[in-house]
Design a protein around this ligand. Sequence first.
Ligand code: FAD
Ligand code: NAP
Length: 328
Amino acid sequence: MSPTGTSSHHSKVLVLGSGPAGYTAAIYAARANLAPALVRGLQPGGQLTITTDVENYPGYEDTVQGPWLMEQMDRQATKVGTRMIDDSIVSVDLSRRPFVCVGDSGDSYTGDALIICTGAQARWLGLNSEKLFQGFGVSACATCDGFFFRDLHVAVIGGGNTAVEEAIFLTNFATKVTLIHRRDALRAEQMLQDRLFSNPKIAVLWNHVVEAIEGQEEPFKAVEGLRLRDVRSGAVTTLAVNGVFIAIGHTPNTAMFRGQLEMDDEGYIVTRPDSTRTSVAGIFAAGDVQDKIFRQAITAAGSGCMAALEAERFLAHESELAPARAAE
Ligand code: FAD
Ligand code: NAP
């Protein structure tokens, strides 16, 4: 594939994604004089722009708001010399360097090194009421929001490792946790199941799905309960809860790299141990796009830093080899 867009833009380091990983990679690349370009994508600022309070990103004594934190990262990356691009990549050619990424606008962006930070998205149930109360009692991240449910009753939806881990973690705060699963068996690994079943604060509700999340909207939004349906009998019941954690999996934003980079069964980009290197030399991946375990802003930022340092070393090594190659 050759650049086919209306215009082509080249940078030594091209960063895809404007979450904590992308901005941190850009800050480090800019401060290494690599004049990076960063394509922000459809969600400038990434996942933290859809949350409110962030209390676990170091550096702030007081609670900060997710959108504000991401705006600060954008400003910092711009100030140190990142060229920001408002576009979303729809196709790529990673078969030769410079790597080519074509945007939705038709423009193409090339990079001698590429840092992929396109993140992941939590899967949601798809209910209108879920959207209504998102950030007001509905969450997809217990590590982020569990703290807000001290001495309350919360529900976790799902039956995989994440749901079970989140349910156990939430017992640090909540008085009661009800895990609600659509089948009569969990897919979580046995060791986690054992810990779940032996925890006196956790109840499991089998064979139920959420039909709606109920709550008050005035004077402020707050979740009050769930309308549940028993998938075997069809019976509809309600369960009073103060919060709901949806833990039905995540989807990494990697569709455009399929077939060109090594990925695992779930579409996460595979990186080398202790590194952000991918299966293609010169391409690095950082943040949630390659991490299905930790999924935190700080770990995303940390791996963004690693990616920029590795890209810098890669380019420095290339330029050392270039005169030798020219002389061959
Ligand atoms: P993301 O933040 O996922 O950003 C991905 C970026 O890639 C976006 O800018 C998007 O526009 C861009 N992109 C995607 N596709 C393309 C494309 N095709 N072309 C160009 N760009 C593209 N973590 C915490 O540490 N503390 C918290 O309190 C916390 N709260 C959270 C609350 C919620 C509701 C959610 C959903 C997550 C929360 N997290 C929290 C998790 C945290 O937000 C993520 O771990 C972190 O944002 C991941 O950063 P990232 O840079 O890997 O990617
Ligand atoms: P997952 O394994 O895909 O499990 C998703 C769960 O949500 C399943 O139980 C599924 O039900 C349920 N579900 C899916 N869609 C649903 C819907 N619309 N309504 C109700 N329930 C729904 O996802 P995950 O738990 O996030 O794990 C993802 C990967 O990360 C896995 O490979 C996992 O092993 C790994 N992981 C590992 C660890 C660890 O090693 N400690 C921790 C977390 C995650 P069904 O069972 O009926 O399909």
